[in-house]
Design a protein around this ligand. Structure first.
Ligand code: KG4
Ligand code: ZN
Length: 337
């Protein structure tokens, strides 16, 4: 059979990324142009700035992805693209590029859900066995997902308010850290101790829901009250206490989900899956299931993960036509009880 090459696009937030995948498994290139430096001074992603950056670099990213893969434009057999969830203006840039490429070469266009991308990045570690459960933790999402087979994703639990990555970035801002703060808090946490005993919301409740806004408020109140007294709290202990609360919550709910949905594999993915503390706790606290976490380079936003998630869609011929539009609040269905 002729070799198949997928050209994948990801522009849902602040990374412009284009990847080439050969024959469903071989990631030949995964070019990621990060805009983080431009957003840092604003303390978060500015949507308008993000869209402009995507426009500026997308063509160069396509060229670079093809060069690194050692293939020609005409070798590409299908195009995959993130169409949601994400920032509408940012998504539209990737969609316009992907649609143009598919149209110019008369090849299929495969729409991909960004969160399916995060999850299926785990396929790079090993050939996943289904059914499986996934804990998806990113800047915009915190959800537990039951996957009966590749391409069939059902939410079994999610956050009621903030996403975990969002909470990291907000408390990081209060501590004066630069955006995004997740990685730095993780590093600081390893040098401090859990001395503040922050609340672990809903940890004992018998459901699979998360809540991080109370933890965030408790953190901010503690910080500001100390500031008013002229006291300077140590970022290391603050980080250790915050991270301990986050990890207790994530672990408790993941364990509950595994009790309710006994599976052999747990995937942990999304930007926050880069967290070393989380990796250590998972290894320590969860036995009896195989834990699969994508490598660090595939945890943050990238087009390689979109290529992985597009494979099952391609096999089902789940193609879109050129009317495909951005869906900023695209979400998996919830599991029916
Ligand atoms: O998945 P992602 O790259 O983008 C979204 O789709 O949201 O996730 C970005 C989030 C940010 O909130 C960032 O602070 C967080 O992932 N993050 C981390 C770590 N590395 C990145 N959070 C905790 N610990 C880390 N090591
Ligand atoms: Zn993401």
């Amino acid at each position: 059979m002729k070799d198949r090459y997928i050209l994948a696009f990801e522009t849902s937030c602040d990374e412009t990324s284009v990847a080439v995948m050969k024959n469903e498994t071989e990631l030949l290139s995964n070019v990621i142009a990060s805009q983080i430096e431009s957003h840092k001074r604003f303390g978060g992603v500015v949507p308008e700035v993000a869209s402009r950056h995507h426009v500026e670099v997308i063509t160069a990213c396509i060229e670079e992805a093809l060069v690194q893969a050692g293939i020609d434009e005409s070798d590409v057999t299908a195009v995959a693209v993130t169409y949601g969830p994400g920032l509408v203006g940012a998504l539209l840039v990737g969609l316009a590029a992907a649609k143009s490429f598919a149209w110019a070469h008369s090849i299929p266009l495969i729409p991909v859900n960004h969160m399916a991308g995060h999850l299926m990045a785990a396929q790079s570690v090993k050939n996943l066995e289904f059914p499986l459960l996934a804990l998806l933790v990113s800047g915009g999402h915190t959800e537990l997902v039951y996957v009966s087979e590749a391409g069939d994703y059902k939410i079994v639990g999610e956050t009621r308010d903030d996403a975990v990555g969002e909470a990291y970035d907000k408390v990081g801002r209060v501590m004066g850290l630069s955006y995004p703060a997740g990685r730095e808090i993780d590093e600081l946490a390893h040098q401090g101790e859990d001395i503040y005993n922050f609340p672990r919301a809903m940890i004992k409740e018998d459901n699979l829901e998360f809540s991080f806004s109370g933890l965030k408020s408790a953190f901010i109140n503690l910080y500001h009250n100390a500031e008013q007294r002229g006291e300077m709290l140590d970022n290391k202990h603050l980080s250790a206490s915050f991270q301990a609360a986050v990890l207790d919550i994530l672990l408790a709910k993941t364990k509950k989900a595994l009790e309710k949905y006994p599976v052999k594999t747990l995937v942990v993915a999304g930007g926050v899956a880069a967290n070393q503390g989380l990796r250590e706790r998972l290894a320590r606290d969860i036995q009896d299931v195989e834990i699969v976490i994508p490598p660090l380079r595939l945890c943050g936003d990238n087009a390689g993960m979109i290529a992985y998630a597009s494979v099952s869609e391609w096999n089902k011929e789940n193609f879109a036509d050129l009317s495909l539009n951005a869906k900023p609040s695209l979400a998996f269905d919830s599991m029916e009880l």
